[in-house]
Design a protein around this ligand. Sequence first.
Ligand SMILES: NC(=O)c1ccc[n+]([C@@H]2O[C@H](COP(=O)([O-])OP(=O)(O)OC[C@H]3O[C@@H](n4cnc5c(N)ncnc54)[C@H](OP(=O)(O)O)[C@@H]3O)[C@@H](O)[C@H]2O)c1
Length: 343
Amino acid sequence: MALNRRLFLQASAATFAATTLAGCGGEDRVVIDTSLPVGPYNAKSTAEEVTEGIDLSGKTALVTGCNSGIGHETMRVLAQRGAHVFGTGRTLEKAQEACDSVKGKTTPLALELSDFDSCVACARAVAAQTDSLDILIPNAGIGTFTEFELVNGIEKIFVVNYLGHVVLTMNLLPLVQAAEHGRIVHVGSRMGYMSTPKGGIDFDNLRGEGAYDAALAYGRSKLANALFSLKLSQMLDPAYTTSNAVHPGFVKTDIGRNATGIIGFLYNNAATIIQKNVAEGAATQVYVATNPSLDGVSGAYFEDCNPVKFNGPNHVFDVALADRLWRETVAMVGSYFEVPVPA
Ligand SMILES: NC(=O)c1ccc[n+]([C@@H]2O[C@H](COP(=O)([O-])OP(=O)(O)OC[C@H]3O[C@@H](n4cnc5c(N)ncnc54)[C@H](OP(=O)(O)O)[C@@H]3O)[C@@H](O)[C@H]2O)c1
C-alpha cells in the first residue's frame, strides 16, 4: 500500500503536538501561570482524584459527547460526585446507552453539532428540565483525520468543534448565569497553538476557498474554542459565571477512529505508550469545572490540571483575534441565538 504522504504528515503533526512538550522546546514556551491558583495535581491525576471530597449534590451539569472517551469519563465522575448530568450523544439512543452505563443521576439528550437546529433544540430541552446549569462542558469533537467537507457552507471540523458548540452555549447561557457560580469549560487542544494557519484563524478559508490541511483545520477549530472562551470571559462577570479552556492531554480515545492503515496503527496503537488514559484525560476539565479554588477564575487556559501561560507570541490569549472571531461567528450563526447576547 502506498503511504499517503499528506495523511502521514497530518498524523505526525497531530502526534507531535499532542505528546509531551519535552524535546520540542515547549518547556520554555508553555509554563504554569503562578498568578492563578495552582493545585496539587498534574498529568497523572485522574478525574476521580481531582474531585475527591467534592460534593456536587444539587448541582446540574451538561457534557457533550458523553458516549465516548473523555466525555464519558467526565459524565461518569460528575455523576459519581452527586451532580445531575445531562449527557449528549449524536442520537438519543447513544446518549441513553451512555447514561445507562454510569451510576448516579443522568439525563440523555440528542445533539448533532453539525445541525444548528439540533443545537437549539438541545438547549430548549435542557431549559425545559432545569432552571440553572452549574457546569457546562462543550467536550464533543472530531479529530484530525477528517476529510474535507462543507457543512452549512462552512468547513466541517470548524462547524462541529466550534460553531455548533457556540450555538448550544449561547442558548444555554441564561441557565449557566442563573447558577450561583456557573462554570463553562471549553475543551480545546494543544493543536490550537501548535498547528494553526498563519494568523491563527484564516477567515478567508473557512468555506474551503483555499487549500485544505486537516491538521491545520483541527488546530483552527481548537483555537476557536479557546478564543470563544476568552470572549465569553470578557462578557460575563467572573464573580458569578466563569469561562475557561483546557487541553486534556494526548489521550487514548476514539478520536482517531477515521485513521486507517499504517497511520491508524501508529495513532491508535503505537502511540498508546505516550497517551493518557481517559481517567487522566478527563481530569483537567473536571478539575476546572469543580475545584473551589477556581471560583472567580475566568479567561484562563489549563493543561495537566494547572493554568498555563505562554512565553512569546500566541493566539490563545489574543483579544483582538477573539473579537474578530466573535464578529464573524455572530454573522455566521447569530440567527440561531434565541436569547439576548450579554454586552
Ligand atoms: N484524545 C485526545 O488526545 C485529545 C487531545 C486534545 C483534545 N481532545 C478533545 O477532547 C474532546 C473529546 O474527544 P475524545 O478524545 O474523547 O474523542 P472521542 O472518543 O472520539 O469522543 C468524541 C465525542 O464527540 C462526539 N461527536 C463527534 N461528532 C459529533 C457531532 N457532529 N455532533 C455531536 N457530537 C459529536 C462523538 O460522538 P460519536 O461517538 O457518536 O461520534 C463522541 O461522543 C474533543 O473536543 C477533542 O478535540 C482530545
